[in-house]
Design a protein around this ligand. Structure first.
Ligand code: GLA
Length: 668
């Protein structure tokens, strides 16, 4: 179960290409059980018209498949699987285990999760299952077994989809028992646990395993390592559930790839470990159409997902054709945006562009969520655009499917560090890990420098430059990895609050690991000086935000920028020793961009193109150049030489015009 992060897929294991077979998968979640059966032929007709070649079935169908304990109603699914096969549409078949039927909770209330305050999460929504419940696991295995036995050899089946967006926690009693077993496995003895958790503080020492409970409602700040371990445990428990179902479906259909869809940048799952357990890495992605940096957020998630797939192709399992139904205000996508963001996913390595969902529901909690066919039906703008996208993806497929996206820069990211840094007793509640990561990715994205993500213990030797926006917690192995990388001549740029804590969230002597201080030329880190909202730190040539630090440089450090004025006047804001740089603040976006661009230049990493108009994104995939205009005005992009635009079919010489939200995919 414990596959180390970054493990490449086993040779001979099935992968996404077994499902795509040279195509780009196009389609989405199909919930025909919400519609009278008479609509199914009409659905298929429209799917064919739109170029849909893949549907995801059964995601929430447990109650339909097993309406009462032990019953099996597969007839409707038999008919659907056959219908799809008849029309050449592949099926990504989901195990229905993310929404247990009401009878399970009624007969076995212990399958329902409890939150920190002891409140039960009842049925009537979805995801009301405890990952630690033996009954839930047994029932989930039973329905998965029967599903896999029945459809494992069905010719329509192209992929297994386990559960859906695993994301639950449970603080109840059965979870408490599982937590203890997980801790026994990790620490062996109570003495080791007491040491790791620092229970000497506030008299928390444990004398009996049964005294240990999940972090529950408490009077004041909770033990940080207990909270950290509970997050690790939760991620591992969910992964155990996922792997158990995976093993069942694999037994019945070893040649069919297995996936479980991630939520984008979801805090609750160590997706490095998860990805190593899957045949296909898939993600659901819903940038806000109104967010001026929505495309950047999309690019970040896509780069992350591709990296979890070890740089190979990945699957966009869900996106929205228009509005979602879970934001405070749900905005539709303006004309062209669905196409543009679909092409962006392909540019960044997706070989599958799919949606939640095929047809907008008329009832239920998501009745206002868009579909590939919206409430306006066939004549609706949304469906017309879907047809255009389907046709374009079919055009692109022979040129892109299976090709790779070169990236010279790695951004390091680790869930353990995110979890530990988010503790309520942190130095500043304003220091939001995900936001800092996003700021650094944005700087590189705006500079047209394509990035990958990597775990801090991954082999980094393939990257010319490595950046660490913030890794508060670093293992010894990760520190050795980083220092070895820089000592071998790699360009390393590291942000504040990195290397502060060890694996148990114990502050390293000196406030930052000695090996890292030495690497960056920091003699003493005297104090952290987090900034208040709106407060900035004036530095040479730029303004720092969010953070500052009182650092005394060592003798061979080069101070590239200093704080000016205030308590830290004259102290280093940016420090370099050899090829390793340390930023003790978060420079404002243009300054961070300039700084990282400068470092990339020194490292010999070139942007995809120079001199692009504002709002244009350029990405290379295989031999193709994707140009994406995220702006609302037409622009002209200089592209020296002659090319063929695969989308318009035109020959392009030296420059290409991109319409508002327009795109070009240039082949040599
Ligand atoms: C997630 C879920 C879907 C659906 C969409 C709505 O991605 O997996 O079932 O709820 O959100 O955006």
């Amino acid at each position: 179960m414990r596959t180390p992060p970054g493990t490449p897929p086993e040779p001979g294991a099935p992968g996404l290409s077994d499902a795509t077979r040279g195509r780009i998968l196009f389609g989405g979640d199909y919930n025909p059980e919400q519609w009278p059966e008479e609509t199914w032929p009409e659905d298929v007709r429209l799917m064919k018209e739109a170029g849909v070649n893949s549907v995801t079935l059964g995601v929430f169908s447990w109650a339909r498949l097993e309406p009462r304990p032990g019953a099996r109603e597969f007839g409707w699914l038999d008919r659907l699987m056959d219908l799809m096969h008849e029309h050449g549409i592949g099926v990504v078949l989901a195990t229905p285990t993310s929404s247990p039927p009401p009878w399970l909770g009624r007969l076995h209330p212990e399958t329902l999760p409890r939150d920190e305050d002891g409140r039960t999460e009842w049925w009537g929504s979805r995801q009301h299952f405890s990952h630690s419940s033996a009954v839930y696991r047994r029932r989930a295995a039973a329905i998965t077994e029967d599903l896999a036995a029945r459809y494992g050899a069905h010719p329509a089946l192209t992929m297994w989809h386990i559960n859906n967006e695993y994301c639950t926690t449970d603080h109840g009693d059965e979870a408490a028992g599982a937590f203890r077993r997980w801790l026994q496995d990790r620490y062996g003895t109570l003495g080791a646990l007491n040491t790791a958790w620092g229970t000497a503080c506030w008299g928390q020492s444990y004398d009996d395993w049964h005294e240990i409970v999940p972090p529950r409602h408490a009077h004041y700040l909770k033990n940080p390592t207990q909270v950290l371990d509970f997050r690790r445990f939760t991620s591992d428990m969910l992964l155990e559930c996922c792997a158990a179902e995976r093993d069942i479906v694999r037994r019945h259909s070893p040649a069919i790839p297995v996936t479980s869809n991630f939520m984008p940048m979801w805090v609750g799952q160590d997706a490095w470990r998860w990805a190593a357990e899957e045949d296909v890495v898939s993600v659901d992605l819903y940038p806000d159409p109104r967010d001026p940096l929505g495309a950047q957020y999309g690019a970040l998630v896509q780069d992350m997902t591709r990296s979890q797939a070890a740089g190979g192709s990945w699957m966009l399992m869900e996106q929205a054709a228009g509005a979602v139904s879970w934001r405070t205000v749900n905005h539709p996508k303006p004309r062209g945006l669905n196409r543009l963001w679909s092409l962006q996913a392909v540019a960044r390595g997706a070989d599958a562009v799919c949606y939640f969902q095929w047809r907008a529901s008329r009832q239920g909690a998501e009745k206002f969520h868009s579909g590939m066919i919206g409430h306006a039906g066939e004549p609706g703008r949304g469906f017309q655009e879907i047809k255009e996208i389907g046709a374009e993806l079919a055009l692109l497929a022979p040129h892109v499917a299976g090709t790779r996206v070169p990236a010279g820069i790695a951004i390091l990211h680790d869930w353990n560090s995110w979890w530990a840094g988010a503790h309520e007793g942190a130095l500043s509640a304003r220091n939001d890990y995900a936001e800092v990561l996003r700021a650094w990715h944005r700087a590189l994205w705006e500079a047209h420098l394509t990035t990958a993500f990597a775990h801090p213990e991954h082999d980094l030797s393939g990257y010319r430059m490595v950046v660490v926006p913030q890794l508060y917690l670093l293992t010894d192995r990760a520190i050795e990895n980083l220092t070895a990388y820089a000592r071998a001549g790699g360009t390393l740029v590291c942000g504040f609050l990195t290397g502060v804590a060890d694996e148990d969230d114990r502050v390293r002597p000196g406030g930052m690991d000695e090996r890292l201080r030495d690497l960056f030329g920091i003699r003493t880190l005297h104090e952290w000086w987090p900034l208040d909202p709106g407060e900035t730190a004036v530095c040479d040539g730029f303004t720092g935000t969010l953070w500052s630090e009182e650092i005394e440089p060592g003798p061979d450090a080069v101070v590239e920028a200093r704080y000016r004025g205030g308590e830290l006047d004259g102290l280093p804001a940016v420090l370099r020793r050899g090829t390793a740089r340390y930023l003790s603040t978060l420079p404002e976006p243009p300054a961070l961009r300039a700084l990282l661009t400068g470092a990339a230049e020194q490292a010999g990493v070139r942007p995809v193109l120079d001199e692009l108009p504002d709002g244009v994104e350029a990405v290379r995939r295989g031999g193709l150049l994707f140009l994406l205009n995220h702006g609302r005005d037409p622009v002209t992009v200089e592209v020296p030489g002659s090319h063929r635009d695969l989308l318009g079919g035109a020959n392009v010489r030296d420059r290409v015009r991109l319409e508002r939200l327009g795109a070009a995919v240039l082949a040599p």
